[in-house]
Design a protein around this ligand. Structure first.
Ligand code: TNX
Length: 600
């Protein structure tokens, strides 16, 4: 099947470029045929056991009534179809639309593809005849969301899930606990949210600033178990599994603020939900049995709420200084014959793994769980680059790649000082897109352990839903293409300039915040010469490029670049062209300054 698919694909790439239906992530094979289908007369029909939800979702794309000349959109669930898991076949032709998949997720993804095809050819209500065979490159396609540092209303989380599902993500990694706040109601331990759910104030600005200032505003809250259930069900209806993360043994200050007996024997605090960001020393005691009783109780409630096979147990950034002098930890070390504190952490993680395995669940941990020896069945989330992932795959452990170098969407999207406060770094869209999770360093057998990829959104400096979506979009669309589209089919210019503009126009229309890319063709740079022809294009469909040559910030009062701008620069002179994209809803890109210099 794969062979046939890739053969087809090679033959049709040319055609595809000519006739862009704008789907993101790019389907792995598209073949165009002559003709167009009018979608005003399409009526959806289920073949096989397709639930009403999917039938309704599909028919909502057409708004059609049954007319005598109606054609059908068939949704065929066929468990014997020679299509991969989550894959689908979609054909549009004279007689209507046929969607076939082996599982319901495949039908759901076909509907997402169809919806995007319709959105990209909306004006004339007709869509091109074509055949798509599509399947994901990876089985794990994740987005992460930290709700500890800042939390977001249930409605925003649902919107996050909506966007994810439109781009064929299937996993939400929900970071629910950390030093700055415990965000999930645990009935047996109410102080976790009463105390650990709140902090008295929050740092103003970036941690790197030399002087720390605080806002003096109490911050906090949590998700009730009812809300959690609602979100889990909402995601499941969109073929997204939520993996909860309960951080241990580090990043546990909020839990310890609530239950100080979980700290080491010789650690008497002070404890409190943390008001700034970083790595903190008050971690769960690895020596006391109470720690494990507590965590198992918490995990029992968590497992009742989250049916996912995986539970993420954190494992990252755990300072061991308290353990080094804690009598209970040292006793444990001796008794278990552990060489050092890394092995003590490994003991900790393995003990929790054993418990979760006994309940039919598997653990995921950040790559620090490699230190001191991996728990036997653990999946490793490789965040400090890909090294940890490669090491784990070589040890025949499953891996999810989420390197800080390419997939930390809390990092800045450009070097412009107009970017909002962020943690730092520099992670433009192109860099995200360039990531290839499966490295040649691994043998074919080892590569099978790379389950997929995930982008992380840590929220130290993200405190509103709009800022969350600004950081997410459009970079998450690049992540979706890494996760879904085969490496040989990826093409950055096609993605960013041909397909993305229409997707951004949809966000713009639907009032979803996103970062407006700078004008295509414009760069913060100095160009030498006397005659120039500047041809900057809007990065969002329907948007305009405005520019100035007087040094002022361009806006809607200025000239628009509708045709190439021809400009001569006199001898020994400089001209400064500032350009910006402004969208129909009024969203703006950062300003680009292009300096034209005539040195002659
Ligand atoms: C590292 S990634 C962390 C988080 C921070 C993040 C900020 C990881 C496992 N730990 O606690 O929020 O950097 O980018």
């Amino acid at each position: 099947m794969r062979l046939i698919l890739s053969f087809c694909f090679m033959a049709i790439v040319q055609v595809y470029r000519a006739q862009n239906v704008g789907v993101v992530p790019l389907p792995n094979s598209i073949q165009y045929n002559n003709g167009k289908l009018n979608i005003e007369s399409v009526h959806t029909m289920a073949l096989g056991k397709v639930p009403d939800g999917l039938v309704n979702l599909c028919s909502s794309l057409f708004h059609s009534q049954i007319k005598p000349n109606s054609v059908t959109c068939n949704l065929a669930l066929d468990s014997k179809a020679s299509i991969s898991k989550e894959g689908y076949a979609l054909s549009i032709g004279e007689k209507g639309i046929n969607i076939t998949a082996r599982d319901l997720a495949g039908i759901f993804y076909a509907i997402q593809t169809l919806s995007q095809i319709i959105a990209s050819s909306k004006e004339n209500n007709s869509i091109p005849y074509l055949t798509i065979y599509d399947e994901p490159r990876y089985s794990y396609r994740g987005m992460h969301l930290d709700v500890s540092r800042h939390m977001f209303p249930v409605s925003a989380i649902k919107q996050y899930i909506d966007v994810m599902s439109q781009y064929k993500f299937n996993t939400l990694h929900w970071h629910l606990t950390d030093d700055q706040g415990w965000r999930i109601e645990i009935k047996k331990y109410p102080r976790l949210t009463e105390i650990g759910g709140y902090r008295d104030q929050t740092l103003i600005g970036n941690m790197q600033k030399s002087e720390r200032e605080f806002d003096g505003i109490r911050y906090g809250g949590y998700y009730t178990q009812e809300e959690v259930k609602e979100i889990v069900a909402y995601a499941a209806a969109r073929y997204i599994t939520i993996i909860p993360e309960i951080e241990m043994p580090g990043h546990a200050e909020a839990a310890i603020a609530a239950y100080p007996h979980l700290a080491c024997e010789n650690n008497h605090g002070p404890f409190g939900t943390v008001q700034y960001f970083g790595v903190f020393e008050n971690v769960f005691c690895a020596g006391k049995d109470e720690t494990f009783t507590f965590l198992q109780d918490v995990l029992d409630e968590v497992m009742l709420l989250f049916p996912s096979r995986y539970i993420h147990i954190g494992g990252d950034e755990c300072p061991k200084v308290k353990w080094e002098t804690c009598p209970a930890c040292q006793k444990r070390k001796k008794k278990q014959k552990l060489k050092d504190e890394h092995e003590l952490q490994s003991y900790f993680v393995q003990r929790i793994e054993k418990y979760l395995n006994s309940k039919g669940r598997s653990i995921i941990g950040w790559d620090e769980i490699l230190e001191g020896g991996l728990a036997p069945n653990a999946t490793v989330m490789s965040w400090q680059g890909t090294k940890g992932g490669i090491l784990a795959a070589k040890q025949r452990h499953d891996v999810i790649m989420t390197p800080v170098s390419h997939l930390y969407l809390d990092y800045l999207q450009s070097k412009s000082n107009e970017e909002p406060l962020a943690i730092g770094g520099h992670l433009p869209l192109s860099q995200v897109y360039s990531f290839n999770p499966t490295t040649a360093e691994l043998s074919a057998e080892e590569q099978k352990h790379i389950l997929g990829v995930q982008a992380n959104i840590w929220t130290e400096y993200i405190d509103t839903p709009d800022k969350l979506f600004y950081m997410m979009l459009p970079r998450a669309l690049a992540v979706s293409e890494i996760a879904w589209t085969n490496q040989s089919n990826k093409n950055y210019v096609d993605f960013s300039e041909k397909r993305l503009p229409n997707h951004l126009a949809q966000f713009d229309k639907n009032n979803i915040a996103y970062r407006v890319p700078t004008p295509f063709g414009a760069m913060d740079t100095t160009l030498l010469g006397s005659k120039f022809k500047l041809d900057f294009k809007p990065s969002v469909q329907g948007a305009k490029v405005y520019y100035t040559i007087d040094g002022y910030t361009p806006g809607t009062l200025n000239q628009t670049m509708t045709a190439p701008l021809e400009i001569s620069v006199p001898s020994k002179s400089v001209r400064e062209i500032k350009s910006i994209v402004i969208t129909p809803s009024g969203r703006r890109s950062v300003v680009v300054t292009t300096i034209l210099k005539n040195e002659e």
